[in-house]
Ligand binder design. Structure first.
Ligand code: F6P
Length: 419
């Protein structure tokens, strides 16, 4: 039997460590030339497979692949594109098989969050439903930290660190200004439905840093009167207050505070704008001068302040995906299994893709303080180890020295396919 090639692709919103997973996949595959031939990376995720746009990673040097470990974002391009069910769009599945057959691809590695694991799961069904055997392994990733089963999702720990660091630093700033100027600082963070990133803002305050914080979680319906009372109380006591607002916060009417109108290909509302909404509510009711910021892509691209724990886990997930595949496992995703909070101890496990696809893990009630505006000790114990350690990229001319792939495509063998 000839050695099969592998398809690897990045999907959904990228992170500062998704390329560390790519590095884990490609380096590990290179160590097993007797099991896996060439790793082809999909140009822009699954779209690369559909359009037969396959990047030949064997043309990238070992040094370039190693540098992926410290390079943020998606080196091969990502996509928001969800495969429909086999019944709804058989042509797409037939096309995938055609492309995989044409290039002798027998391994499929898909690096993404819940929606992307759904794609991976659907592809894993191809063997049974369309008679094409495929070893299919998901690689977890999402800054939202909302995949089930795994202790955390690569990408989250680094965003958590960025947000905790930023909130602490901005709070020092406001504290200096508040007697004559700004009294409220609002930072908007990502996390469409789950408040994990917002919770990380809570780490800015600790026993040595008495920072007045208010956190608005998507899991807690926004109550304007209670919120204003909390802000006023903190400003009166400390002179200022810092607010972390999740982009996913919803008002009493069930609508996002930050709904910008429009949806993406996964059907998700385009968010962004909760911070100015919240800051204006404060200004109008209490008259306090404010500053607000939207962390947006800065938070998930911030490789310069990545968590070492997160980088190590992202790499480990890529490596484990290949190891699972060559040991014959399919329709699975490697996971992080926590065995101790302090010292943080974890090992690699795995979950069935059918149990991961489309399931969102929200913040449990015991992680949110009783008043709904803060994190509990249990939440702190969970979050703290995930931001531990620094893994600075190399710097050149005062800037991070990141790598750009050559992205050389293999020759197409098939007719065009439009999506
Ligand atoms: O993938 C998760 C995420 O980072 C969300 O937190 C955010 O709402 C979304 O992606 C943004 O997606 P896009 O980059 O497609 O606008």
């Amino acid at each position: 039997m000839s050695i099969k090639n592998a398809f690897y692709a990045q999907s959904g919103g990228v992170t500062s460590v998704i390329n560390a997973s790519a590095c884990g996949v490609i380096q590990t595959a290179r160590q097993h030339p007797d099991k896996i031939g060439t790793v082809y990376a999909g140009f822009n995720g699954i779209i690369g497979a559909l359009k037969e746009e396959l990047i030949d990673t064997s043309l990238e040097s070992d040094a370039a692949i190693a540098a992926l470990r410290h390079t943020p974002a998606g080196a091969f391009g990502s996509c928001r594109y969800k495969l429909k069910s086999l019944e709804q769009n058989k042509a797409e599945y037939e096309r995938l098989i055609e492309v995989f057959k044409a290039h002798n691809i027998g391994y499929f590695f898909y690096n993404g969050g819940g929606d992307s694991q759904d794609t991976a799961y659907k592809v894993s069904q191809l063997g049974d439903q369309m008679g094409y055997p495929m070893v299919c392994v998901g690689v977890p990733k999402t800054v939202d930290n909302d995949l089930p089963i795994t202790d955390t999702c690569p990408g989250f720990g680094s965003v958590a660190k960025y947000i905790a660091v930023s909130m602490r630093e901005a709070s020092f700033d406001v504290a200096s200004m508040c007697s004559t100027s700004t009294k409220v600082f609002v930072l908007e963070v990502m996390g469409r439905h789950a408040g994990w990133i917002a919770a990380a803002g809570g780490l800015a305050a600790d026993a040595d840093n008495d920072i007045p914080l208010v956190i608005l979680f998507p899991e807690v319906k926004f109550d304007q009167a209670k919120f204003l009372a909390k802000i006023d109380e903190k400003v009166k006591k400390h002179g200022y207050c810092s607010v972390v607002v999740s982009e996913g916060v919803k008002g009493a009417d069930g609508k996002f505070l930050a709904e910008a109108g429009g949806t993406d290909a996964f059907g998700h509302a385009q968010l962004g704008g909760a911070a100015p909404v919240v800051a204006n509510i404060v200004k109008e009711a209490l008259g306090y001068k404010y500053h607000w910021a939207v962390a947006d892509y800065l938070q998930r691209a911030a490789r310069h302040i990545a968590s070492k724990t997160d980088v190590d886990q992202a790499y480990a997930m890529g490596k484990a995906a290949v190891e699972l595949a060559i040991s014959g496992r399919s329709a699975v995703m490697p996971t992080i299994v926590r065995t101790s909070d302090s010292p943080y101890q974890w090992h690699v496990g795995h979950a069935e893709l059918k149990d991961v696809a489309n399931v969102e893990k929200m913040m449990p009630a015991e992680f949110i303080s009783e008043d709904g505006f803060g994190i509990t000790e249990a939440c702190r114990r969970y979050l703290q180890p995930l931001i531990m350690g620094e893994d600075y990229p190399p710097y050149k001319n005062g800037l991070p020295d990141y790598v750009t792939m050559k992205k050389q495509m293999i020759a197409k063998k098939l007719a065009e396919f439009s999506i």
